[in-house]
Design a protein around this ligand. Structure first.
Ligand SMILES: Nc1ncnc2c1ncn2[C@@H]1O[C@H](COP(=O)(O)OP(=O)(O)OP(=O)(O)O)[C@@H](O)[C@H]1O
Ligand SMILES: O=C(O)C(=O)C[C@H](O)[C@H](O)CO
Length: 307
């Protein structure tokens, strides 16, 4: 039985879809909605909805947003272990989306920046029972949660869990540099990252080449390339396994496509299915995420048969 523990970030995403750029002093009509977000919490939500036993460890503020996010995770069927931070608000991200689905994000990590080693220690039962740890790279890239993230990796290694890590985001990765990130994540069986992050880590802007460089560090690597699809590579193979992106008629909001991809990829990959099957499952879930506003499953939680 696969039991996945996700450690990472939880956010409240306020998504505004409008015609950008905004004229100075304008009053622009927009569709504005608030959704659950945060890369780690997104992956855990999609996994639970896919029928995987998934737990999520993170921090939230002692505010309404945090309470809503907590209830939402439970609604998806996630074993949510959120520590309440009395000093910091729930992490918030303002996502600006154009009518074509292009977007930019303004992120305030809030309570995520205070995830502590003790928060992970409190969840030792999850690490005893879990079979796989997925670590959201944001928790490594943020200095405030880094010790906790590294402790989670150590704990999983000691518990003989398999480990996947996503690289978080290219800008903080660039600031920190490749070497520390590669060092912190040693022992992970899989690194998942987008093409930009792969370039930051390897200096190669061709994903096939970047993947080959990265397998000096990780047994398996998955690189996603937006509309150009995704690839999987393991050392010793002549060429990576690639899949095309699933066709999509209209992208409403690309936020969290990468997180949904991870959640689609992991279950078949953990079940020993072929890399091509796992990449295809990832691509399918990614387009599902892009058909609506927000990064999480669009299902009305109350109608979800899992509940
Ligand atoms: N335009 C698109 N058409 C179809 N599929 C797409 C498109 N953009 C992204 N995807 C799917 O989503 C996956 C992840 O996209 P991408 O490589 O942009 O990751 P990301 O930067 O982590 O995404 P995000 O930051 O939006 O979560 C791709 O491998 C692909 O399967
Ligand atoms: O789309 C991305 O790149 C994200 O990582 C989205 C985030 O996970 C999140 O939902 C923003 O808070």
């Amino acid at each position: 039985m696969t039991r996945v523990v996700v450690v990472g970030d939880l956010m409240s995403d306020t998504v505004a879809r409008a015609a950008f750029p905004l004229a100075k002093g304008s009053d622009t009509p927009a569709a504005v909605t608030t959704h659950g977000g945060g890369s780690g919490a997104n992956v855990a939500s999609w996994l639970a909805l896919e029928g995987v036993e998934a737990a999520f460890v993170g921090r939230r503020g002692s505010d309404i947003a945090g309470r809503n996010r907590d209830m939402e995770l439970m609604g998806y069927g996630v074993d949510a272990r959120l520590v309440m931070d009395s000093e910091r608000p729930t992490g918030t991200c303002v996502v600006l989306v154009t009518h074509k689905g292009d977007r930019t994000m303004l992120s305030d990590p809030g309570a995520n920046a205070a995830l502590l080693v003790e928060d992970i220690e409190r969840c030792r039962d999850l690490f005893r029972q879990g079979t796989h740890l997925h670590l959201s790279g944001y928790s490594l890239l943020n200095e405030g949660s880094r010790k906790a993230a590294i402790f989670a990796l150590d704990t999983a290694r000691k518990a003989k869990m398999s480990i996947s890590v996503d690289a978080g985001s290219s800008s903080p990765l660039q600031r920190i540099g490749a070497e520390p990130f590669l060092e912190w994540t040693q022992g992970a069986r899989l690194l998942v990252l987008n093409a930009k992050e792969a370039e930051v880590l390897t200096g190669r802007d061709v994903p096939e080449q970047a993947a080959k460089v990265l397998t000096a560090w990780y047994p398996q690597v998955v690189i996603t390339s937006g509309a150009d699809g995704a690839l999987w590579y393991t050392n010793g193979r002549p060429e990576p396994v690639t899949v095309k992106a699933e066709p999509i008629d209209k992208i409403v909001d690309g936020t969290g496509a990468g997180d949904a991809f991870v959640a689609g990829f992991l279950p078949p990959w953990l079940d020993g299915k072929s890399p091509a099957d796992a990449l295809t499952a990832g691509s399918r879930l990614a387009v599902k995420a892009m058909r609506h506003l927000g990064a999480r499953p669009s299902l009305d939680v109350m109608d979800n048969p899992i509940n």
